[in-house]
Ligand binder design. Structure first.
Ligand code: PXL
Length: 277
């Protein structure tokens, strides 16, 4: 069995970060070790959320693992609680990188043109330095704009997106996977770029007109689970994009739902089928 490590917060209610990554990656048959970066009562789109920082735990946890010779087939980071945590996670990458494993960074910090409440531009610049240490990065367009210094646009053409892919590649990771890319009304997709082979790959599906929290985490977790299962990034993209869209549709279909995130749970059988499991 493959073992990955994911480093992100626990939002106790809200269906994002670890409460999404753990079940999805585990369902794909991959052992999922965690480092919780913080415990929050809810994600930060609620008001008055509590926040308990766990920065001080990161070094003791990783030191223990080093002593036990524990290693990981992939290391996947998401929402990090502070600039200090970014520096500690960069050290963690140095400690646990091998010739065979891949580091995957979702710079979860912004959406719809805006940084999440806890972050500022200094944080975004520091996150760009973490992306430099990754093999694969999975930003959305807002996060990419903050990290590349490009203007955030809601309507754009292929030239804008390709420039963004080049600038993302310039941060240092070999594979960049940009979510939320739409070139025409009614469709939404994902643009991937492989720097080594100078190769673009675009995948699109029907756009569902609804926006929910945690969908970026579902998308990134599925990419990680698929890659841990031996898929290439290009094989992983359609499955992750379609599964995310499927979960959004399931959420909309349940008229009585009290949704804080999307219904990824009832979509798991679909995901397993798509994975050939
Ligand atoms: O889904 C990203 C995310 C993760 N963790 C926390 C968040 C968010 C988005 O708002 O607030 C705490």
């Amino acid at each position: 069995m493959k073992r990955i490590l994911t480093v992100q917060d626990i939002s106790c209610v809200g269906k994002c970060s670890l409460t999404v990554a753990l079940p999805i990656i585990s369902a794909l048959g991959v052992e999922t070790a965690i480092i919780p970066t913080a415990v929050l009562s809810t994600h930060t789109m609620f008001s008055d959320f509590t926040f308990h920082d766990l920065t001080d735990e990161i070094v003791p946890i990783t030191r223990h693992w080093k002593n036990e010779n524990i290693n990981f087939d992939n290391i996947y980071t998401g929402y990090l609680g502070s600039i200090e945590q970014i520096a500690l996670v960069a050290n963690l990458f140095d400690d646990f990188k091998t010739n065979d494993n891949q580091i995957i960074v979702d710079p979860a910090m912004a959406d719809n043109g805006k940084l999440y409440p806890a972050f500022d531009e200094t944080f975004a610049a520091k996150m760009a330095t973490l992306c430099a240490k990754a093999d694969i990065i999975i930003p959305n367009i807002t996060e990419a704009a903050f990290m590349t210094g490009m203007e955030y646009k809601e309507s754009y053409d292929e030239t804008y997106i390709k420039e963004m892919m080049q600038k993302l590649a310039g941060l240092g990771a070999n594979i960049s996977i940009l979510s939320g890319v739409s070139f025409e009304e009614g469709t939404l997709g994902v643009m991937g770029y492989d720097r080594e082979n100078d190769e673009y790959y675009y995948y699109k599906h029907k756009k569902i007109d609804a926006s929910f929290h945690g969908t970026g985490d579902i998308f990134a977790s599925t990419i990680v689970g698929a890659i841990a299962n031996g898929m290439t990034w290009k094989e992983a993209i359609p499955i992750a994009a379609d599964y995310t869209a499927h979960c959004i549709q399931l959420t909309l279909d349940d008229k009585n739902g009290r949704w804080y995130g999307v219904n990824f749970e009832e979509g798991i059988p679909y995901l397993l089928k798509r994975m050939g499991k």
